[in-house]
Design a protein around this ligand. Sequence first.
Ligand code: FES
Length: 248
Amino acid sequence: MSEVKKTIVVTRFDPDKDEVPKTQSYEIPVQDDWKVLEALNYIKDNVDPTLSHRWSCRMAVCGSCGMNVNGEPKLTCKDPISSYGDTIEVAPLANFPVVRDLVVELEGFMDKFKAVKPWIIAAKERAAEEGTHRQSPDELADFKSFSMCINCMLCYSACPVVSNEPDFLGPAALALGHRYNQDSRDEGADERNEIFRDEGGIFSCSYANECTEVCPKGVNPSGAIQQAKLNNVVDWAKSFVVPRRKSS
Ligand code: FES
């Protein structure tokens, strides 16, 4: 395995001490099969234990290692170091408050997820004797890709609407809500669509499509939001013919 030297320029920020973020450069030996996360782990383990960054699974599953690499939101455990030149800049994800160095605050983001009611809503509980709720492959295909999100927040970092409109529910949360609306077992679309149509909902999306471009799992949040817009417009048009059910 060949080894070369690269300079990793990392954004450092301690809100207890620093007024503004600064950068710190580390020249380290890297192996050409490393991901960017491995370079950060090398720095933490061998050069500077004060560096703070977040990761867990190292296999693109937990969604915790999202950072801006050379200005682009990336899942660093999946991002090959060989795709960059001799200098790599690593910064925290944009559009989030920074806790420290490369670690961002998740709280507001998680609230947006809860707001779209990401669970199966049923009008009445299914009795045990009714058996399992069967779903055909076609019904599964209606929402499966939208259920692949790992909450890595790359889409929020890339989204121009999130940066201008902090109350925008955002790509991942809206795609997740749409995923449940598309699920044949769910009866909560009327409730979610009211939230979708509110300020900061689907109609705030300008279809920049950046969310879909950066998604490391191929979720296509932008497509989900456009489908949700269409469903809501059709729903609105139908309401003139058939009165809408009141949500409880
Ligand atoms: S460390 Fe889990 S997704 Fe990267």
